[in-house]
Design a protein around this ligand. Structure first.
Ligand SMILES: [Zn+2]
Length: 179
């Protein structure tokens, strides 16, 4: 028996029509590092993203509803230090075959083009995460920036002390070389 791509609807590219007809629930977890476009906006590649989607039919279109979530490292634009931000964005989209159909999806849905009724899940998730990024990433309050800077100064102080403590030995070594 020959199995076509339709036989495995939960593998990329996803068949959104079939998933919608079956009211499939999908939960996935992704390493942030795999998202090349998103990575450009992040301070570090650490972290994971997760999605929860419920497929259904909206009007005449396959659709999904749910959320994307991630913990990602951003650079605070107030203190210029890295901080771990919780990104979360609700998702409610209907899939159209062509851009021209976008205006026909029910009002409460965003239209996303799925050529041939298929989407690459990781690309779709990356697009949603890019939309979830704050325009100007910042610690919640100026006080948090101050705390971050203070914590950094404190962690650097012992390191600086250790560096100067090694100097006498270095000088001693110099003396021994000369002698
Ligand atoms: Zn800050």
């Amino acid at each position: 028996m020959i199995r076509g791509p339709m036989a495995r609807p939960l593998e990329d590219p996803l068949d959104v029509g079939q998933l919608a007809a079956q009211h499939t629930r999908l939960e996935r977890d992704f390493p942030i590092d795999g998202f090349v476009r998103l990575r450009e906006s992040l301070a570090r590649g650490d972290g994971r993203a997760s999605v929860r989607f419920r497929f259904h039919v909206a009007g005449a279109y396959p659709a999904l509803e749910g959320a994307v979530q991630a913990r990602a490292w951003l650079t605070c634009q107030r203190c210029l230090k890295e901080f771990e931000a919780a990104l979360e964005s609700p998702v409610r989209v209907a899939f159209v075959g062509r851009d021209a159909e976008a205006s026909r999806v029910p009002d409460e849905y965003d239209a996303v083009t799925a050529p041939g009724g298929r989407i690459q899940l990781s690309e779709f998730v990356e697009d949603e995460l890019l939309l979830a990024l704050p325009l100007v990433p910042m610690h919640d309050t100026p006080a948090q920036c101050a705390l971050t800077l203070a914590a950094e100064a404190e962690s650097e102080a012992p390191a600086a002390a250790a560096r100067s403590a090694t100097r006498p030995f270095a000088e001693l070594r110099e003396l021994m070389k000369r002698g």
